[in-house]
Design a protein around this ligand. Structure first.
Ligand code: ASP
Length: 471
């Protein structure tokens, strides 16, 4: 739309006495017979528009274009509740660009009281809510700040494939049938773990990606089927502290840019054993009641995790990954701390091996995790041997990593920050769904659209797939 003015205090106050073109949604309408008031909302703000003998038929949440004169309001009529309360727009002409029918839910509350099915079915409407629009804006600003911090430190943004091979990240994979190779499947990445390490083998030195990850897990308030990570990896890393230091700088820089308040300038580092003793968990909340009220962010690092644990017999992914009865606690690609290297190589003292893993926690949530990696074929092989893999199984599942390591790979380490969870904490929300534009429902259905849906006979035939009897 040409010559449109965005609704900000500055834009409108500069134009008092002039005619402007505004466009947006009708937030509210008050009809007083001859005179109609509407509050018009665009991406920046809200302003009151006054129409004489017009706009009577305009419905709330319709999209309208208004041509009108900006008028200063007399001192005693100034509306302190809204930014632009010092002015109003006297409508000369208007056009309804899109008429809204009766709304399936109200938008003038925070929306928590409305059922999830309705909110997600009409998510585009739900996102017009002030709180939701603010959350998405905050997310966008945070991502921008993170990107800036990373670019400043020499990181390069690189995309990795979505159609990929099943990796071991401790969750169930989403499989995608291949048409070209019938009977075979791609897996959606649970994280770009292997590709980012291969980028280190490629000499990229500092990689990052705002990465989509897919995990077919049972849903909880702080988990979705798709998640977004700030994923990074860096070369020439020998100790956990080297990655932790960079990540801490990036996180602090980005949080400050978006106006977040940190409890401590330097994040405390706590050993896993100590955290378990002190808090009974490896994620904990270090804030006082007062700090909770003030919306302070209390970050801390947790280090010195055991590398391996006994397989949980109830967990399908663990049973699959841990063939010997031992499986990794965090990441099979990690290296052990130097003093446990010998034990790992010899498969001894397994329960006591400590991994070079670090988790970042904030206000009681785990918001990130990473490690220094095994970068020699021997060390990675030793980890898989401990988990009971035969030589052939090792080749099948990580052969490509071993080859890369045989062709020269710098020592490296990295981390993934859970962007959704971090945003949930930043926005002081209780569910990650409040900071994701189109999250899945509690039963795994997509917002607005109704996937998963059945495939047609033709599609299935093309893929060489038959649906068996439901069990
Ligand atoms: N790939 C790991 C994860 O998604 C993070 C990392 O170690 O970089 O949890």
């Amino acid at each position: 739309m040409q010559n449109r003015t965005l609704i900000t205090k500055k834009n409108l106050e500069e134009k008092v006495g002039e005619t402007v073109i505004l466009a947006g949604f009708v937030e509210t309408k008050r009809d007083h017979g001859k005179i109609t008031f509407i509050d018009l909302r665009d991406r920046e703000g809200i302003v009151q528009c006054v129409g004489y003998k017009m706009m009577g038929e305009v419905t709330t949440e319709s999209v309208v274009k208004i041509v009108g004169e900006v008028k200063a309001r007399p001192e005693k009529m100034v509306n302190k509740e809204i930014e632009t309360g010092g002015v109003e727009v006297e409508v000369k002409e208007y056009e309804v660009l899109s008429k809204a029918a009766e709304l399936p839910m109200s938008l003038d509350t925070e929306g928590y009281e409305i059922g999830e099915e309705t909110r997600l079915k009409y998510r585009y409407l739900d996102l017009r809510r002030k709180r939701m629009a603010k959350n998405l804006r905050a997310r966008s600003e945070f991502v921008r700040a993170v990107r800036e911090e990373l670019y400043e430190r020499g990181f390069m943004e690189i995309e990795t494939p979505i159609l990929s091979q099943a990796t071991m990240e401790g969750a169930r994979d989403f499989l995608v049938p291949s048409r070209l190779a019938k009977g075979k499947f791609y897996a959606l990445p649970q994280s770009p773990q292997q590709y980012k390490q291969l980028l280190m083998a490629a000499g990229m030195e500092r990689y990052f990606q705002i990465a989509r990850c897919f995990r077919d897990e049972d849903l909880r308030a702080d988990r979705l089927l798709e998640l977004t990570q700030v994923d990074l990896e860096m070369s020439y890393v020998e100790k956990p502290e080297e990655v932790m230091e960079v990540v801490e700088e990036v996180v602090k820089g980005a949080i400050k840019k978006v106006g977040g308040k940190l409890q401590k300038e330097q994040f405390p580092v706590i050993a896993y054993q100590e955290a378990m003793k002190k808090y009974g968990a490896d994620r904990f909340d270090l804030r006082s009641e007062k700090e909770k009220e003030e919306g302070i962010l209390a970050f801390a690092w947790v280090v010195n995790f055991p590398f391996f644990k006994r397989v949980d017999k109830e967990d399908a992914a663990e049973i699959r990954d841990g063939k010997s009865g031992w499986t990794f606690t965090h990441n099979p690609f990690s290296r052990p701390l130097k003093e446990y290297e010998q034990d790992l190589m010899e498969g001894k003292n397994i329960e006591n091996i400590i991994t070079a893993q670090y988790d970042l926690v904030c206000n009681g949530y785990e918001v990130g995790g990473g490690s220094v990696r095994a970068h020699t074929p021997e060390m990675l092989t030793a980890t898989y041997k401990i988990m009971g893999y035969s030589d052939e199984e090792i080749r099948e599942s990580i052969g490509q990593m071993l080859s890369a390591f045989e062709l020269g790979t710098p020592p490296h380490g990295g981390i993934a920050l859970g962007l959704d969870r971090l945003m949930m904490v930043l926005a002081k929300e209780k569910s990650i769904k409040e900071v994701v534009a189109f999250p899945t429902t509690g039963s795994g259905r997509t917002a607005v659209m109704s996937a998963p849906t059945e495939a047609s006979e033709e599609q299935l035939a093309e893929l060489g797939i038959g649906i068996g009897k439901k069990v």
